[in-house]
Ligand binder design. Structure first.
Ligand code: PLP
Length: 385
């Protein structure tokens, strides 16, 4: 897949090189009198070491990221891979796919990597929805799949969550002419789970011509005995696709890697819609290193649980209710409109989750570090007073 250099004559190559040299010669010197010349933007200084993100000016609790960052092993792997940045990532793509397959006890050809699990959702919509082949989702849920299915010309069917925030899977399975049913478990934005027995019954009830996409982005945070991953059920259900991501507990949202596990034939249908090499070398080596650092993941999980518990106690003290959380975020019932509260928090440099139109009185807040949550609680108490 070498794509460089064809059509670039020696003379134009020399011209490009000459321009680069000229720009370098004109570049301002430190403390010098020259005005800034057009040229490359300065590259930010490298971060010396991984670890908890500093509490900077804006407390970002809006995207359910892991505030403790990636594993130090992932960081080292990225640094070690720089020298190979001129190469296409095929070998590393293979190595990570194999590692993921091994960890889940499936064949290599049952794994498809994506640029974040967002890419997997997009491929699923492209492969399984169309005019007359609707996408069925819970309301509210992670909305991305709706946009992708709409682009594919599909109708969107929203089935409200039950009163206790489970997916109403009986209703979802009964939608006729569905191409794809999306089940987010744990669900974003409610942080709630749909119990394993109900998911199993749903997979049995779903017509084999309808694909089920179970999004397990927050799998690692779920501790309820009523919760399970559906990965082991793939062999029984040829229409099942499981999506996972390195953006949440692995702390690599900015690097972009996710994956799907499904039967080989399903993976091939998804892959037909994918660009070649949509993942970069750095994320592939980082993800593989992160898989090998179970201790880091466990630390992130425990810290999240601890800080989340403390925030819950503070909310209890304020007399506020929240949905029991199986994830790294909380959905708080404000008993009043979220929008102005969100804006007031933002004015205090605390950024919380977007407004979900079907739950206009619920505030979604990501569980940050203890320090970040102190900042959140201080601002939140003031705003709510
Ligand atoms: N699925 C769920 C449930 C999410 O909450 C998110 C992001 O917040 C994603 C998928 C997309 O994550 P990414 O594309 O970073 O893997």
């Amino acid at each position: 897949m070498e794509t460089m250099s064809r059509g670039l004559s020696r003379r134009s190559f020399a011209r490009i090189l000459g321009t680069g040299l000229a720009t370098a010669a004109l570049a301002p010197t430190v403390g010098g009198a020259q005005e800034a010349q057009p040229g490359p933007r300065p590259v930010p200084a490298p971060v010396p070491a991984p670890g908890a993100m500093p509490v900077d000016d804006l407390v970002r609790l809006s995207a359910n990221e892991n505030p403790y960052g990636p594993s130090p092993a992932a960081f080292a792997a990225i640094q070690g891979a720089f020298g190979r940045a001129c190469r296409y990532p095929d070998d590393e793509l293979e190595a990570l796919s194999e590692e993921i397959a091994r960890s889940h006890g499936v064949n290599r050809n049952q794994v498809l990597l994506g640029a974040g699990s967002s890419e997997i959702l997009k491929l699923a919509a492209a492969a399984f929805t169309a005019p007359g082949r609707a996408v069925v989702v819970a309301e509210p849920t992670f909305e991305a799949i709706l946009r992708y299915a709409t682009t594919a010309g599909a109708e969107t069917v929203k089935v409200p969550l039950t009163a206790d925030h489970r997916h109403d899977l009986t209703k979802m399975a009964a939608v006729r002419k569905a191409g794809l049913v999306y089940v987010c478990n744990p669900n974003n934005p409610t942080a709630s789970i749909t119990p394993k027995g109900e998911v199993r019954a749903f997979l049995k009830a779903l017509p084999p011509t309808t694909a089920a996409l179970v999004d397990e982005a927050y799998f690692h945070y779920a501790e309820s005995p009523d919760y399970e991953t559906v990965l082991p059920l793939i062999a029984e259900h040829p229409n099942l696709i499981v999506a996972r991501t390195f953006s949440k507990i692995h702390g690599m949202a900015g690097l972009r890697c996710g994956y799907a596990v499904a039967l080989k034939e399903t993976v091939e249908r998804l892959k037909a819609h994918q660009a070649y090499d949509s993942l970069n070398l750095m994320v592939l080596v980082a993800a593989r290193a992160s898989l090998g650092d179970a201790a880091h993941l466990e630390q992130s999980r425990l810290k999240n649980r601890d800080v989340r518990g403390r925030v819950c106690s503070a909310l209890d003290g304020m007399g506020l209710r929240y949905i029991p959380s199986s994830a790294n975020f909380l959905m708080i019932d404000l008993r009043r409109e979220v929008k102005p509260v969100r804006e007031a928090l933002r004015a205090q440099k605390v950024d919380v989750g977007r407004v979900f139109p079907s739950m206009p009185n619920h505030l979604r807040v990501t569980v940050g570090t203890a320090e970040q949550m102190e900042r959140f609680l201080a601002a939140f108490k003031q705003v709510m007073a």
